[in-house]
Design a protein around this ligand. Structure first.
Ligand code: ATP
Ligand code: MG
Length: 367
């Protein structure tokens, strides 16, 4: 005990945490050096004997009075129970306030039950906590915005799919019936109605053209092969229809989630359309690779020079589509040396199905 009696003051002098002992009435009996420094005092004599509550927080930071009867730190003197809080503000000698974390434990003193206080300046802890909360909030906002982008991409896809189906099942079928009726009518006409024949032939050819155009339109809105046979088949078919010779490299037969297939398809479709429209290219190569992610590359040998800061149009749409799936999009387009659009979409639980070269190779087909 003697050892503790000698050693304890030395220990209290050396710890960085504040230790105060207050009597049953809340008057300061003892402070260690950390307790003097924390509030900007010079010596223990300036604090001992003062009311702890009036010294620490006679008022709140907004200037309103803070009655001692409301102070939770004094409670252990009457309840005998320890108390703790992180939301008190303490006032320094110069009048400035700081947020404090504190602990108050009852202690039996000769004159009655007092309280041992320990506290520290929580400014740094609060700043760290605030930074952590802001980081979490930013992460949540980013997740929400990605989810929103995804919902938009999905709803655009489903509108496209529905529109293509409506075009096919509605207007296209009516035109087909019209065409059949016209043909039947022509077959029923007597041979001497040459003018009527000519008129009907014109109408039949118009109806056939309208059907072909409508089929192409529906295909552009949402190609049926994508639903029926998946991404590789749809890209192969896109390459066949392309006005610039297009080679497709890659092979995998498994189906990917529908939303990934359709977004990947429209990424390739936009990049290929750009190459045809803007690049003056003589060759386009589309590569598809599936491992734990889906990697798509559309490269042309055209003029290059795509500027980075595009704020609208197809390329922005590509970025939104890819971002919605936590993917990345890189456009490499040195002037005069072609353009390569590379997109990567992570796949959950993907397998290693690397591309076999030249699975599809299509000759140029002009419209
Ligand atoms: N493969 C390419 N080669 C050369 N320039 C390109 C290529 N792809 C895009 N660009 C340039 O980048 C611009 C932006 O392309 P983006 O796809 O965003 O818009 P757009 O094709 O002009 O319009 P939209 O896609 O809305 O029909 C194009 O106008 C073109 O100047
Ligand atoms: Mg475009």
């Amino acid at each position: 005990m003697q050892l503790i009696g000698n050693v304890l003051p030395t220990v209290l002098d050396s710890v960085s945490q504040v230790i105060w002992v207050v009597d049953h009435y809340g008057r300061i009996l003892y402070t260690n050096p950390a307790g003097i420094e924390a509030l900007g005092y010079d010596s223990a004599d300036e604090l001992v004997g003062l009311s702890s509550h009036e010294t620490l927080h006679p008022c709140r930071p907004d200037g309103t009075l803070y009655p001692a009867s409301q102070c939770p730190m004094l409670k252990p003197a009457s309840t005998g129970e320890p108390a703790h809080g992180n939301d008190e503000w303490f006032r320094r000698r110069d009048g400035s306030f700081f947020p404090a974390s504190w602990w108050a434990s009852p202690i039996d003193l000769p004159e009655g039950r007092g309280v041992v206080y320990s506290f520290f300046d929580a400014t740094e802890t609060r700043d760290l906590e605030r930074a952590r909360l802001e980081r979490d909030a930013a992460r949540i906002r980013a997740d929400e915005s990605r989810a929103a982008q995804r919902r938009i991409a999905q709803s655009v896809t489903s509108v496209r799919r529905q529109t293509a189906r409506d075009l096919h099942d509605g207007a296209q079928q009516r035109l087909v019936s019209l065409l059949i009726s016209l043909r039947l009518t022509r077959d029923l006409l007597p041979d001497n109605t040459a003018d009527a024949f000519a008129l009907l032939d014109g109408a039949i050819s118009d109806a056939q053209t309208a059907i072909d155009e409508l089929r192409e339109l529906a295909y552009g809105v949402y190609p049926s092969v994508l639903t029926a046979k998946g991404l590789m088949a749809a890209i192969g078919s896109l390459a066949l229809r392309c006005a610039v010779p297009t080679t497709v490299v890659g092979e995998f037969t498994e189906r990917l989630p529908a939303e990934i297939e359709s977004n990947a398809y429209f990424v390739v479709a936009e990049a290929v359309t750009n190459a045809v429209k803007h690049a003056e290219a003589s060759q386009i190569t589309v590569s598809v690779e599936v491992t734990d992610s889906l990697r798509l590359t559309v490269a042309d040998d055209g003029i290059g020079g795509v500027v980075d800061h595009v704020s609208s149009g197809g390329l922005t749409g590509l970025m939104d589509r890819i971002a919605a799936f936590d993917g990345t999009l890189v456009i490499d387009s040195p002037p005069g040396r072609g353009t390569t659009v590379s997109a990567e979409i992570p796949l959950k639980g993907g397998t290693d199905r690397r591309a076999a070269p030249m699975a599809y190779e299509h000759p140029h087909r002009a419209f």
